[in-house]
Design a protein around this ligand. Structure first.
Ligand code: SF4
Length: 206
């Protein structure tokens, strides 16, 4: 039985997730601690790919540059303010531990299929215990885990219904992703953020 299957509330999920070392024990080379922020007051859940190199030290999801870029997309609704953003969105990821560097490269490793399989029950627990009306998968891996495989330019900018909740995907805000460099793709991001703002009934920033 996976430890996530037995958790009964979000506090217990946070406590038990913090001590999860399943991938370390399996020799998968991830860097704990697991990073997530899911509280009962959240009504929307961001599902990312994995923490970056700074998050294990900073202890919060999207705490470095990718997070700042993600929040900047929401500036028109005042959610470039970090604490407002964090009180609006719960955050978890398909892999909750930093996967480490790609050998010989500057970028981070993609979480392996084995890591994704081990971490999926924690995501399922977050979804089960929070039951957010809005799910925002961020980046290709999180989108594929939620909606199945598909092209970003056919998914971003659209709203989906899945298992009784709204799903609005976003691309990954990492600087390593070139997808948002194209003007047409940036317009899709603007559209997706507008859809999220409507869903959350956000007021435009003054
Ligand atoms: S990636 Fe997920 S399953 Fe693997 S050790 Fe971290 S929290 Fe546990």
């Amino acid at each position: 039985m996976h430890p996530a299957d037995a958790v009964r509330d979000l506090d217990e999920a946070a406590r038990r997730l913090r001590t999860c070392r399943l991938c370390v024990a399996a020799g998968d080379g991830v860097v704990p601690p697991p990073i997530a922020d899911v509280r009962p007051t959240h009504r929307a859940l961001i599902l990312g790919q994995a923490p970056g190199i700074h998050e294990p030290t900073l202890g919060r999801p999207f705490a470095a540059r990718a997070g700042a870029r993600l929040r900047a997309w929401f500036a028109a609704w005042g959610l470039d303010d970090e604490e407002r953003f964090r009180s609006t969105f719960a955050m978890t990821a398909v892999a909750k531990c930093y996967p480490g560097r790609e050998p010989g490269q500057r970028g981070d490793r993609r979480p392996s299929p084995a890591v994704l399989a081990r971490c999926a029950p924690w995501t399922a627990a977050h979804l089960r215990l929070l039951d957010p009306p809005l799910l925002v998968p961020v980046g290709g891996m999180a989108i594929a885990a939620t909606l199945g495989p598909g092209r970003l330019d056919e998914l971003v900018g659209h709203r989906f219904e899945l298992e009784g909740r709204t799903v609005i995907p976003l691309p990954h805000p990492s600087g390593a992703s070139a997808w948002t460099n194209a003007a047409a793709n940036r317009a899709l991001v603007v559209r997706a953020v507008e859809l999220i703002a409507v869903e959350l009934r956000l007021e435009p920033a003054a």
